[in-house]
Design a protein around this ligand. Structure first.
Ligand SMILES: Cc1ncc(COP(=O)(O)O)c(C=O)c1O
Length: 396
């Protein structure tokens, strides 16, 4: 399947591929030249014609980007808002839910992203509510059957981080969706590590809200994120604040938009959105299923290599795995592994507890090294990374 990729061309069109080896696509990936050009071209037009004037001319094109991005996740364009970060998108939706009251419950997956968890725990503490962790199955994934038994009339939200930040696990987000839809409980999905890596279909997931940053596997620019809100769910969310786009005052009356743009700032950066649009088009042209297959093949090869290195422990849980490969090296903190690889021009990530506090605590981990694979990576790069990790582990 990987031969559907003209890898030489794709890499030649990615300036970062000439600089070093990038295995931090789950932190932020490398943009292609077409993404950079889309942004530069727009900024140039802004500089020449005036930012406001350029935006007026760009409205229809921006809506094309919205339609393309919505299509990537099986949504309607009216169900999609652009925001500046994944956390901003998640927080915008969460803070628009009715206030929590004493005795209310929020149920979360064990791999919940730390920022979402902090937002929920803070709101719960103020409202006298509680945040409870859904137990996991033997493979570490969230157990939808146990979730079904936990739900009662006090559950206000189920929140799931689909692909965790700290490893290759893929939760069965659709199974959770079947439970929440049957129970009529709001269901939020953090798809930060899924967008651009695995196929997403919001109808199959049966979620009410889904969000993701654009900079990760999709290879969009930093400062972009998408927020999906299911059309029928929109009236249940009251934005915490409005602006002249999301809630204009007409004839003295506040008219909150009826689409997901009730969460979008009128001051989003069109240049960034056009960059996101170029990345989206590229991903759709390559095909997310083909991207998923190539990432899976490369990540499996990397796991096989790491598994055979003395003093290296693979930390990925789950039956179905993503392109995020987590590991620890005995005697060397994850930040040290990252730094040692950095000296060899190989970029990886290193996570502490705050990204995934519940999961790290449950597993007694305080850090993991994280090598995340894109379709852009090559077998020689996988070999170089594996050799470098073996060398570092040997010197420990
Ligand atoms: C699963 C997940 N959710 C959320 C985030 C944070 O997104 P942002 O930094 O855009 O707020 C990350 C970032 O790594 C993530 O992995």
């Amino acid at each position: 399947m990987s031969d559907v990729f003209d890898l030489d061309r794709l890499r030649a069109e990615t300036p970062g591929c000439a600089t070093g080896m990038h295995f931090n696509h789950s932190g932020a990936s490398l943009p292609s030249r077409s993404t950079l050009t889309a942004m530069w071209d727009y900024l140039r037009r802004e500089a020449h014609n005036g930012p406001m004037e350029t935006a007026n001319d760009a409205t229809a094109l921006l809506e094309e980007v919205r339609a393309d991005t919505a299509a990537l996740i099986g949504a309607k364009p009216s169900e999609l808002a652009f925001l500046a970060s994944g956390s901003a998108a998640w927080g915008a939706a969460f803070s628009a839910l009715p206030p929590l009251a004493a005795g209310d419950r929020i149920l979360v997956g064990r791999q919940e992203w730390g920022g979402n968890l902090a937002t929920m725990q803070d709101a719960a503490a103020r409202g006298g509510a509680c945040v409870e962790t859904i137990p996991v199955r033997e493979d570490g994934s969230v157990d939808a059957e146990v979730l079904a038994q936990m739900i009662d009339g006090r559950v206000r939200l189920v929140s799931l981080t689909w692909l965790p930040a700290n490893g290759g696990l893929i939760n069965d987000a659709a199974a959770v969706g079947r439970v929440t839809r049957a129970a009529g409980v709001p269901y939020f999905i953090d798809a930060g590590q899924a967008l651009g890596q695995i196929p997403i279909d919001v109808a199959t997931l049966e979620c009410d809200v889904l969000k993701a940053a654009g900079r990760k596997f999709l290879r969009g620019p930093r400062g972009t994120a998408i927020l999906y809100v299911r059309q029928e769910f929109l009236p249940r969310l009251t934005p915490r604040y409005l602006d002249v786009l999301s809630g204009p005052i007409i004839d003295g009356v506040v008219k909150i938009r009826h689409d997901a743009r009730r969460f979008e700032a009128c001051e989003i950066s069109p240049a960034l959105i056009f960059g996101l649009g170029a990345a989206t088009r590229q991903a759709r042209t390559l095909g997310i299923a083909a991207i998923r297959e190539r990432i899976d093949t490369l990540a499996s090869g990397l796991r096989d290599n790491l598994r055979s290195i003395p003093n290296v422990t693979l930390r990925d849980l789950g039956a179905e795995l993503s392109g995020i490969v987590s590991f620890t090296v005995e005697g060397i903190p994850a930040a040290g592994v990252r730094a040692a690889l950095g000296e060899r021009q190989i970029a990886i990530g290193a996570n502490g507890v705050p990204y995934t506090p519940l999961d790290m605590a449950a597993r007694g981990l305080d850090q993991i090294a994280r090598a995340s694979v894109s379709y852009l990576n090559t077998w020689p790069e996988i070999a170089r990374l594996s050799e470098a990790v073996a060398d570092i582990a040997r010197r420990a």
